[in-house]
Design a protein around this ligand. Structure first.
Ligand SMILES: C[S@@+](CC[C@H](N)C(=O)[O-])C[C@H]1O[C@@H](n2cnc3c(N)ncnc32)[C@H](O)[C@@H]1O
Length: 250
């Protein structure tokens, strides 16, 4: 289990405002032609990726450990996703042809023994061991630089609570005041930031949403992602750079 269950549960009702980031549809499109059905998506959340695959006629299941996320996926997209932990999956060996770890499962995790365990599980449930994809969310260089200047990214750590406190402070501004702030990052990143603005204007108790978040998560550059797989002893077959994610095929 990750230590983040309470975080995902608490954020589930608001996640739709920010779901279209990191491993999103453009990232999926970058690897779709390599996928063989049936596909399993780990960390399926609200079902953005599962829905996109099924719309393309690709048979697909989604696994997530957060019951509130599954309830939101049902309510918002009428999807029946499967409750379970990527580190101990409720599937027989060789149940799928392809397996994707979406952003939020492995990428922000520091515990490399747990990363190895999840990848072993991915291999166990996937027939074709060549069809395993692991997503790592990343920002644009301009946004990454801004995050470093604000101490949101420091020493390979993303300081989540600090960044949420900054977002909550922005949410106190009117839209007119917000429009006067210097804009940083890509269009997608500005939309992502706007998602947090909406969340903090919608939630009754912003502090509770901040307190339940982990203080920090890992944030890896391209070189650090490659170094991780070297330490794990897993050769990278293909490294795809999408706008908001790196996708490693092992
Ligand atoms: C950032 S969200 C992904 C959102 C998703 N791509 C979507 O379409 O909405 C990450 C998700 O991974 C799930 N998750 C994290 N660790 C997991 C694990 N070990 N097993 C299964 N799901 C996990 C969380 O509950 C959360 O819903």
């Amino acid at each position: 289990m990750t230590n983040f269950d309470a975080y995902w549960n608490a954020w589930a009702p608001y996640w739709h405002h920010v779901e279209d980031f990191f491993f999103e549809e453009d990232s999926l499109n970058a690897i779709t032609d390599q996928l063989q059905p049936p596909v399993l998506v780990l960390g399926a959340g609200l079902g953005l990726i599962v829905e996109a695959l099924r719309k393309n006629g690709i048979e697909c299941d989604g696994l997530d450990l957060s019951q509130p996320m599954l309830e939101q996926a049902k309510q918002r997209r009428n999807l029946d996703l499967i409750l379970g932990d990527a580190a101990d999956m409720p599937f027989a060996d060789n149940s799928y042809q392809s397996c994707i770890s979406a952003s939020g499962v492995i990428d922000f995790m520091g515990d490399e023994a747990l990363i190895a365990r999840i990848i072993n599980e991915m291999k166990r449930v996937t027939i074709d061991a060549n069809k395993i994809f692991i997503a790592f969310g990343h920002f644009s260089p301009a946004m990454e630089q801004a995050c470093r200047e604000m101490d949101v990214i420091k020493d390979m750590q993303l300081h989540i609570r600090h960044s949420l406190r900054l977002s909550a402070a922005m949410a106190a501004m009117s839209l007119e005041e917000l429009a006067q702030q210097p804009s940083v990052g890509t269009e997608k990143e500005q939309k992502f930031g706007m998602g947090y603005y909406k969340i903090f204007n919608e939630v009754e108790d912003p502090q509770q949403l901040i307190d339940v978040a982990p203080e920090t998560q890992y944030y890896r550059t391209e070189e650090e992602v490659k170094a991780l797989f070297k330490r794990l002893g897993l050769p990278i077959r293909e490294f795809t750079v999408a706008e908001t994610s790196y996708i490693v095929r092992i």
